[in-house]
Design a protein around this ligand. Structure first.
Ligand SMILES: NC(=O)c1ccc[n+]([C@@H]2O[C@H](COP(=O)([O-])OP(=O)(O)OC[C@H]3O[C@@H](n4cnc5c(N)ncnc54)[C@H](OP(=O)(O)O)[C@@H]3O)[C@@H](O)[C@H]2O)c1
Length: 283
């Protein structure tokens, strides 16, 4: 374990598997304090132990966070605010794909978990991030956002998933991740908190767990590993090269132009306004 991050605190959502787990492990090796914000204690605790052992860093911990419940998001953020002196990097990594449903408060599942839960989580943690500057907010989006064509219908994000496999809804949620990052950066300009959105690559993680059994191993052969998939997150979270940048989108550790919709300033501000209304009871 190196000491380069001694004294730094990282929070990573959905860190018990896939890209988030590798992100937690690599950051733990740098010597900081790692909070793995996961929805299942049963799944996460053995992973926390594994990360501690493999990194040689015992300052790695589980905190309970279910992004499909705004009250769970509030409880988790309050716990962090009560117990942590600082927060250097928040990594909004958790995500669901190709699953139908709705959140506890009645939002479409992918929108609620991937965007709205993280929106509230970030809002609540901002005072700590601002106290810990220079600090960063890294949000794992996806190139799937390019598939959203036409307009973004923000009236359609309430209620259960409409399409059969939830792909359209996933694409929308990932577009929202980029719009959120853009607006957050605008609002935090000059504060010392910088923001990044990224595509991790097409990664052989657990996100494909709903692909039928026979096809899944075949499909995964054409994907990159979780280790490769964590590289752009780690770049955005730690590289001095991007310290002066904010509100941009990255792919393969390089800045990339996101879709036209993702660059729409009015849309970013409208999504922010609506998201604030939707989470108002929890701030
Ligand atoms: N894999 C890819 O090819 C790919 C491509 C583009 C973008 N991404 C993005 O990369 C990020 C990480 O995904 P991954 O590929 O590593 O997928 P993964 O292996 O399925 O991991 C997703 C993580 O999110 C957690 N999660 C799901 N619902 C949650 C909730 N309600 N509250 C808290 N945590 C929740 C999962 O917890 P459980 O284990 O308890 O379910 C898991 O820890 C996601 O944002 C995804 O959209 C992935």
């Amino acid at each position: 374990m190196s000491q380069e991050d001694k004294g730094k605190v990282y929070v990573i959502t959905g860190a018990n598997t896939g890209i988030g787990k590798v992100t937690a492990l690599e950051l733990a090796k740098r010597g900081g304090r790692i909070l793995m914000a996961c929805r299942s204690e049963q799944k996460a605790l053995p992973v926390v132990e594994e990360v501690q052992k493999e990194s040689g860093n015992s300052d790695v911990h589980f905190i309970k966070l279910d992004l499909a419940s705004l009250s769970s998001v509030k409880t988790c953020a309050s716990h962090i605010l009560d117990t942590e002196e600082r927060l250097d990097v928040l990594i909004n990594n958790a995500g669901v794909a190709s699953i139908r449903g709705e959140t506890q408060e009645g939002f479409e599942l992918a929108f609620g978990v991937n965007h709205l839960g993280h929106f509230l989580f970030t809002q609540l943690l901002l005072p700590l991030l601002k106290k810990s500057t220079p600090s960063r907010v890294v949000t794992v989006a996806s190139k799937a956002h390019y598939s959203v064509k036409g307009a973004l219908n923000l009236d359609a994000v309430k209620g259960a998933t409409d399409t059969y496999v939830g792909l359209k809804e996933y694409e929308v949620s990932k577009l929202c991740n980029i719009l959120f990052t853009k607006e957050l950066a605008k609002r935090l300009e000059g504060s010392g908190v910088t923001c990044y959105a990224l595509h991790p690559g097409v990664v052989a993680s657990d996100i494909w767990r709903r692909i039928p059994g026979i096809i899944r191993p075949l499909a995964k052969m054409f994907m990159i590993s979780n280790e490769e998939g964590a590289k752009t997150t780690l770049y955005c979270a730690t590289s001095p090269d991007v310290a002066g940048e904010s509100g941009l989108y990255y792919d393969e550790c390089k800045q990339k132009k996101p879709s036209k919709l993702a660059r729409d300033e009015a849309l970013a501000s409208e999504l922010w306004r609506r998201s604030e209304e939707w989470v108002a009871d929890f701030v």
